[in-house]
Design a protein around this ligand. Structure first.
Ligand code: UDP
Length: 239
């Protein structure tokens, strides 16, 4: 008997890389459909769901900046990549049976709605899955920071960070077989132990806002819905 969500409103961070499956670049449709179905299942269990989508499967500003391209312009391009990903996920969510809206931090009203806190909150309370594109809308930030920022301002109960690893470990599990996964950590402990949960700016904001971060692997089918139910392997970073 599956139980309901332990979080009422969540912010799910889906990296761009999660959308490319085992490909080296771009969008892998079967993978996107699985993620969309997972989000829809979580919605069906009663959670309000906002999603911040990354862009690393298409372009990362820091990687392409240099030579003729300055960092701010490269980051603008990276933010545009996140809009493409959000639109793809929006269509996949709607195909899976739940209304979805993309809201962009960079206004482009002929393509999607511009992000405003009130708009996002209204869509969420009406049961729509909200795809938040464009990160923070500013260069030199990441979509992890965008995820924490939106989670804080939309009063989400947690940031669900979907990654390739099923939590935060004492050491890198790929290189150290004795590495152990933490079940629970405080923000202060993660900081003191120098554990990389998110980039420094994102983590500092989560700590300041006392916002829980749940780290889990997106590789398991149904992982997002399970994490929102408080099931499956994960690490929770919370005060
Ligand atoms: N980006 C940005 N400001 C933001 C969020 C993202 O400039 O607030 C740019 C930045 O260039 C980044 C790219 O968008 O490299 C894609 O985002 P990110 O690297 O966070 O994607 P992910 O790693 O989650 O796929």
């Amino acid at each position: 008997e599956p139980h309901g969500p332990i979080y009422g409103r969540v912010l799910v961070k889906v990296s761009g890389e999660a959308l490319m499956g085992n490909e080296a670049f771009g969008l892998h449709w079967p993978t996107i459909e699985h993620i969309a179905e997972d989000l829809v299942e979580a919605r069906g269990a009663g959670a309000e769901i906002a999603v911040v989508v990354g862009g690393g499967n298409i372009l990362r500003g820091a990687s392409v900046a240099g030579q003729g391209l300055d960092r701010a312009t490269a980051d603008h391009m990276g933010m545009l990549a996140t809009v493409m990903n959000a639109l793809a996920l929006e269509k996949a969510v709607e195909k899976a049976g739940v209304p979805a809206r993309t809201l962009s931090a960079i206004p482009m009203p002929t393509i999607c709605e511009p992000y405003a806190r009130q708009t996002a909150s209204r869509h969420l309370s009406r049961g729509r899955i909200v795809l938040l594109a464009g990160g923070t809308g500013n260069p030199y930030f990441t979509t992890d920071t965008g995820a924490v920022l939106r989670a804080a301002e939309l009063e989400c109960d947690a940031v669900m960070k979907a990654t390739n690893v099923d939590g935060v470990y004492t050491a890198d599990p790929k290189h150290d077989p004795s590495a152990r996964r933490y079940e629970r950590l405080t923000h202060d402990e993660a900081l003191a132990k120098d554990l990389k949960v998110m980039d420094a700016a994102a983590f500092a904001l989560a700590r300041e806002a006392k916002l829980p971060i749940v780290v889990f692997s997106i590789r398991e089918p149904g992982a997002i819905a399970a994490a929102i139910r408080g099931e499956g392997r994960s690490t929770t970073v919370a005060p």
